[in-house]
Design a protein around this ligand. Structure first.
Ligand SMILES: [Zn+2]
Length: 251
């Protein structure tokens, strides 16, 4: 891995972060692979669990051991962590992933303790901001804390950081798409609408319904200084677009 010397300083890594977030930090720092590749969760895993970080030598996933003592062979380089630290990092990956089993097939143990989504639209919103070349960002909008009473949380694009939308606005927009006042694109059972509205339905069930209806929703960038809620900023990509009749009702 090379590091661009002009890059900005690393911020301290807090505990329990996801590998994807670490990879994004590295990208921001200008870290690239020896062939110029951008770090991703898999390469970060490979680097973190590589025995060489603690000075051990390995070949094709097997530690080299001194035949006389059975102790690991040490390389001729400065280790960046102690063997104990390296073991501790490896222990956060599932069994078998200890430097032998690499990459995306090695889920971290902490992954299972990941909290469930707490917001209705998490994972369904994509960034509609345009890049200078005219292409659309389509980065995932992730929920984060908002700054106002009206928007205690917002969904923001993590890729380009140029698009965010009030959390309650986006959730309400999704709800309006699912249960339009007039005839809309979908017609879900009335009983479903009632359970949704009454508060009987849990977040998980609501999210399942959303997933069954939309592939995702593209969020257009808001207009600066415009404070009224524009629900049309959330543009649905219907899962069954091919089955939506010209009248707008799912056949
Ligand atoms: Zn974006």
């Amino acid at each position: 891995m090379r590091r661009d010397s002009s890059s900005r300083r690393s911020r301290p890594a807090s505990e329990g972060r996801r590998l994807g977030a670490v990879a994004r930090d590295w990208c921001d720092l200008g870290v690239t692979g020896t062939r110029g590749g951008r770090p991703n969760a898999q390469t970060v895993t490979q680097i973190m669990t590589a025995p060489r970080v603690c000075g051990y030598r390995a070949n094709k996933g097997e530690l080299l051991l001194l035949p006389e003592t059975g102790q690991p062979v040490l390389g001729q380089w400065d280790p960046i962590v102690t063997p104990d630290q390296w073991q501790a990092v490896c222990a956060t990956f599932s069994p078998g992933s200890l430097y032998l089993h690499r990459g995306s097939g090695a889920p971290r143990l902490t992954e299972n303790r990941r909290p469930k989504p707490r917001h209705l639209a998490s994972g369904f919103l994509r960034c509609g901001a345009q890049h200078p070349d005219g292409t659309v960002c389509r980065g995932a909008l992730c929920a984060q804390e908002g700054r106002s009473k009206r928007s205690p949380y917002v969904y923001s694009c993590r890729s380009c950081r140029r698009c965010s939308i009030s959390g309650p606005l986006a959730d309400e927009a999704l709800e309006r798409l699912l249960f339009p006042q007039a005839q809309g694109q979908v017609r879900l059972p009335e009983s479903m609408r009632q359970r949704w509205r009454s508060g009987e339905m849990g977040l998980e069930e609501k999210r399942k319904i959303i997933a069954s209806v939309f592939t995702c929703c593209i969020v257009r960038r808001g207009v600066k200084g415009e404070h009224s809620w524009d629900h049309s900023r959330v543009e649905p990509v219907w899962r069954w677009a091919d089955r939506v009749a010209p009248s707008g009702v799912i056949a």
